[in-house]
Design a protein around this ligand. Structure first.
Ligand SMILES: [Mg+2]
Length: 269
């Protein structure tokens, strides 16, 4: 059934747990993109994962039969780089704890990556992080460098169980220095606000589609964007009763979201 409240002019869509889980495309994903492209509904794909570049995400999606422009992908790395370009301008000296996706994004934004005398320390997920790098980051923060976190996720799921995430690495730096990072990714509003600016859409006219109450729904709330939760990822239907942040809409999967959305857009067309 179409929901009369559900008529977004643009979509902000999380990737993991919404479009795919691991290498598996989730139900309704292909049809959703076909719908968005057919009706020329603009969208951005928002992921807290800062390890891959937008082009790598584009390739990952293409391998699943989903074609999107690389510019439609906004990672927390790209968002962090855009934020730094805005507040610091080109030439900012940045010490990075993070992987290629983050390093590339910062360089592309005009940041100079340094090992010492940094103005900023940017910390994201780094699966090869070593003690000397963490030490350099702590020393820089203690010396007054601004501490920025790409995304706050403390852990991420793997086939083995939970692995330490960007938030766990930031927590180590905080434990040593007593300084908390300014975080860019969801549930902070910065990344969503950047996406809305790119799309030229007011918060109330967009819809944030995600699988996580704590990041996607809370992020939507922080940015003033209505939210749709899909139950194909980390949040289960049973989690909703006790939830402190509530989504505006709940769908079993993208196929169910599309049924509500599709009818509505046909009506508006
Ligand atoms: Mg997700």
């Amino acid at each position: 059934m179409p929901d009369p409240r559900l008529a977004p002019r643009a979509l902000l869509i999380d990737l993991d747990g919404v479009i795919y889980r691991g290498r598996q495309v989730l139900p309704g994903a292909h049809a959703l993109f076909a719908h968005l492209h057919q009706h020329r509904i603009p969208y951005r794909l928002l992921t807290n994962n800062a390890t891959l570049t937008p082009r790598q995400y584009q390739a990952k999606l293409r391998a699943m039969g989903i074609r999107v422009p690389a510019t439609s992908v906004l990672t927390s790395a790209v968002a962090t780089a855009a934020y730094l370009r805005e507040v610091a301008g080109p030439g900012a000296r940045v010490l990075v704890v993070g992987e290629r996706g983050l390093r590339n994004a910062l360089r592309a934004a005009g940041c100079v990556l340094v090992d010492r005398q940094a103005d900023y320390v940017v910390a994201g997920l780094d699966r090869t992080v070593c003690y000397p790098r963490l030490t350099a980051a702590c020393l820089a923060i203690a010396a007054g460098a601004t501490f920025i976190g790409t995304n706050p996720d403390p852990a991420f799921p793997t086939e083995e169980g939970l692995w330490p995430g960007a938030g766990a690495i930031q927590a180590l730096l905080t434990a040593c220095t007593g300084v908390r990072p300014r975080v860019i990714g969801k549930p902070q509003p910065t990344m969503l606000e950047q996406a809305l600016r790119q799309l030229g859409v007011a918060p109330a006219d967009a819809l944030m589609v995600g699988d996580s109450l704590l990041t996607d729904v809370a992020g939507g709330r922080a940015a003033g964007v209505p939210t749709a939760l899909v139950l194909t990822g980390v949040t289960r239907a049973s989690d909703l009763a006790a939830a402190t942040v509530r989504p505006d809409h709940v769908f079993r999967d993208l196929a169910e979201l599309l049924a509500a959305l599709g009818a509505r857009h046909e009506l508006l067309a």
